[in-house]
Design a protein around this ligand. Structure first.
Ligand SMILES: *Cc1c(COP(=O)(O)O)cnc(C)c1O
Length: 377
């Protein structure tokens, strides 16, 4: 097959990036204290309209620092949505804490508030209140903000909001990333904007932001020599990457429009195909960036065509697709930890597929996808 590969989520440069990288180089100061990082943070704060932003070198680093700032210690319990990317939960283990996994509800595919409360009560009963809740906006869909906040507040447990996939998504007009006690963004290559690897922490006040920068830059105490009274990390975003980020902020709105067009393309494409449902947000309070458009296939209504057959047919045409994220409690590395729920996430994993959702999906690409879909169904 001579067609080029259509990727699940390809990065897209807007054109302004080189200018900002040049500015970073011209400043003749490529150490991470330089001000282009501050400017990228200001761009993000302006966009989010709430909170203080610390630019870091990955979303994973942001989750790690976020848990540290929430006081997570070895032996603590941290609750985490099971249907998510492994990076949501890995930092729990970096810290020697214990994850407890929670099922999804069917409307947003995110944290189920009922299973969440059940888990919290169980933990409290066995003598250990969870230290934090990691809630994720999977594929760009906001989790049930009000319900999850109510449960968290009822028991006084802070929320770490993993908004790695949800920059530009919102709930009742408020931007994702600003709902948690601490929020996290990712600027990895495949995310809604990229810094060629990067992330951010969103905090409620200046003091916590300063503490996060302190920890992210090797925890250097104020002294003429190198003086340390805490363990530090090398987690700050580089100036060059911040330059790419400033350029990408100029095309964020355009990316959101393009993602929506891709989502609409799939709604139209599958409208006439029985047994295939394109995911849509539950109501107007939820705005998804549709980072990835996902579908669910019911083989009983498609003459036995299931998500794996569609995936293979797409692959044969050099088109990438991927099952919905495999629940973490089913992963070999996490399956010894507790899980609460009724296997909603597992069922979604079994029947769901993520479709190519890059912002630069061309008409020719769409034709190729349409052909595979019409051929198989
Ligand atoms: C990508 C991603 C992360 C990790 O971000 P990186 O910048 O790749 O380290 C964390 N959580 C979720 C849900 C993600 O999709």
């Amino acid at each position: 097959m001579s067609f080029s590969k259509i990727l699940l989520s390809s990065p897209h440069m807007g054109g302004g990036e080189l200018k900002y990288i040049q500015e970073a180089l011209n400043s003749n100061w490529t150490a991470p204290e330089a001000s282009i990082i501050d400017l990228f943070e200001e761009d993000l704060e302006c966009y989010l309209r709430k909170g203080h932003v610390t630019a870091l070198n990955s979303g994973t680093a942001a989750i790690h620092l976020g848990l540290i700032l929430l006081g997570v210690q070895p032996g603590d319990i941290v609750i985490c949505q099971t249907m998510t990317f492994s990076a949501s939960a890995n930092p729990i283990l970096y810290l020697g804490a214990t994850p407890v996994f929670i099922d999804s509800e069917i409307e947003t595919y995110n944290l189920c508030p009922i299973a969440l409360e059940e888990a919290i009560l169980d933990c409290i009963q066995s003598g250990k209140k969870p230290k934090a809740i990691i809630a994720v906006h999977l594929f760009g869909t906001p989790y049930k903000i009000t319900e999850i906040r109510n449960v968290a507040d009822k028991y006084g447990i802070p929320i770490l909001e993993d908004s790695a996939e949800a920059l530009g998504s919102s709930y009742k007009g408020q931007m994702c990333g600003t709902f948690g006690d601490i929020g996290v963004l990712s600027f990895n290559d495949n995310k809604i904007i990229t810094t060629s690897g990067g992330g951010a922490l969103i905090t409620k006040n200046k003091k916590v932001k300063e503490k996060s920068i302190f920890l992210a830059t090797q925890a250097k105490d104020k002294a003429p020599h190198y003086q340390h009274s805490e363990i530090g990390y090398n987690y700050r975003l580089s100036t060059i990457c911040a330059g790419i980020g400033r350029g990408q902020m100029e095309v964020l709105e355009e990316h959101l429009v393009l993602k929506n067009i891709v989502h609409q393309f799939y709604i139209d494409l599958f409208k006439s195909i029985k047994g295939v449902t394109v995911y849509e947000v539950p109501d107007d309070n939820f705005t998804s960036n549709y980072w990835l458009t996902t579908i669910i296939i019911d083989p009983l209504q498609t003459n036995g065509i299931d998500k794996e057959m569609l995936r293979l047919a797409l692959l044969q045409a050099n088109i990438e697709s991927r099952p919905l994220w495999k629940p973490l409690h089913l992963q070999p590395v996490f399956n010894k930890y507790k899980y609460y729920g009724s296997n909603v996430a597992q069922k979604l994993f079994e029947v769901g597929l993520c479709l190519p959702s890059g912002p630069i999906l061309s008409n020719a690409d769409k034709d190729r996808i349409r052909n595979v879909v019409f051929n198989i169904f």
